[in-house]
Write a protein that binds this ligand. Structure first.
Ligand SMILES: [Zn+2]
Length: 331
């Protein structure tokens, strides 16, 4: 199956909401992190979403300041990895996560048309946009796909970082896009009481809000629309399970993932200081990227697998191969 095209991705996301499981979406910021996520998915026989935000595309491991170069490197690496013998059985979705600012359309246009590979699913960060600007930008992406003759699968977000989004916002945002460009939306990301980042205070997560938005979004679009959960890092396991049962199909995971990886790196250097003396016979193996990354992987992969299992994704390798890239633009 390898890297899924937009039509296959839409089929998988619809199956997730219908069967009430969610796909873990990891904001992976290095090649090694991507490998670890696919390894965890393989172990669980689960689909996985690898997503990137602007800061990864322009970061040192990918674009080094150039987001289009970053996208090309990210997609080329992921395409090769997802198509390799070891991971060929894992359905992999590549999703654009928080993309914002003046280059948004240029970056997402490249992701839709292919640089040269195409992204599986697309979203943008609307936190600094008005509802009207959000609708205009999303419609612009639909027009770009139409013009290029390619399929497009979208996540639309309400652009909130905290709190619970009123149901009327779903009417206004999803309704406007669906009436102009039917068939492109697959995921809806309203506020349901989660928050980006890590905090010690409790989150007022509302599974009831998830259920309401999932139902209304599906009514507006006339097909199953799953909810995308942003800011899942601080959530309790019971909240995650309740969210999935209520219609969450995609769970974004970033802060906690970063913390696990960085703390493992910290432990590696703290426990390997002696080996990093140039007189030590193992200094080279210790100094190489592989030394630290293997150490991190041993600690990180089980955590990713645990998260996949909580979301009900284990064993959900569904056959979406009949949905090929030449399918029509609408479902
Ligand atoms: Zn987010």
């Amino acid at each position: 199956m390898a890297l899924l095209n937009p039509v296959q991705s839409r089929a998988l996301l619809q199956a997730a909401v219908e069967q009430r499981f969610a796909i873990l979406a990891v904001n992976a910021d290095s090649h090694a992190a991507v490998t670890d996520c696919l390894e965890a998915a393989r172990e669980c026989e689960a689909p996985i979403i690898i997503e990137t935000s602007l800061w990864q595309l322009t970061g040192q491991s990918y674009g080094n300041g150039d987001p289009i170069l970053g996208l090309a490197r990210y997609l080329t690496d992921l395409t090769a990895l997802a198509g390799s013998e070891r991971y060929r059985g894992v359905p992999v979705i590549f999703h654009t996560d928080h993309i914002k600012g003046p280059e948004t359309v240029r970056i997402l246009s490249a992701a839709i048309r292919g640089v040269p590979q195409r992204a599986s699913t697309i979203s943008l960060d609307s936190s600094e946009l008005s509802e009207g600007e959000n609708i205009t930008l999303i419609c612009q992406l639909c027009e770009i796909a139409k013009e290029a003759g390619v399929a497009l699968t979208l996540e639309m977000e309400a652009g909130v970082d905290a709190g619970v989004t009123e149901i009327e916002v779903a009417e206004r945002l999803l309704g406007a896009v669906e009436s102009k460009h039917p068939g492109y939306l697959a995921l809806w990301a309203p506020g349901v009481g989660t928050q980006h980042g890590l905090s010690d205070k409790g989150y007022p997560f509302s599974a009831e809000a998830v259920a309401k938005h999932q139902k209304r979004g599906s009514e507006i679009c006339g097909r199953p629309i799953g909810l995308a959960l942003h800011g899942s890092s601080g959530l309790k396991e019971s909240d995650l399970r309740a969210g999935v049962a209520a219609g969450v199909a995609k769970v974004n995971w970033s802060s906690e993932s970063l913390l696990i990886r960085s703390q493992a790196a910290q432990e590696y250097y703290a426990t390997h200081a002696a080996e990093l003396e140039k007189s030590h016979k193992a200094w080279k193996a210790t100094a190489m990227d592989n030394g630290m990354q293997s150490f991190i992987a041993a600690r990180y992969v089980p955590k990713v697998a645990e998260r996949i299992r909580i979301l009900g994704g284990a064993g959900k390798i569904l056959d979406v191969s009949m949905h090929n890239s030449m399918s029509p633009l609408t479902p």
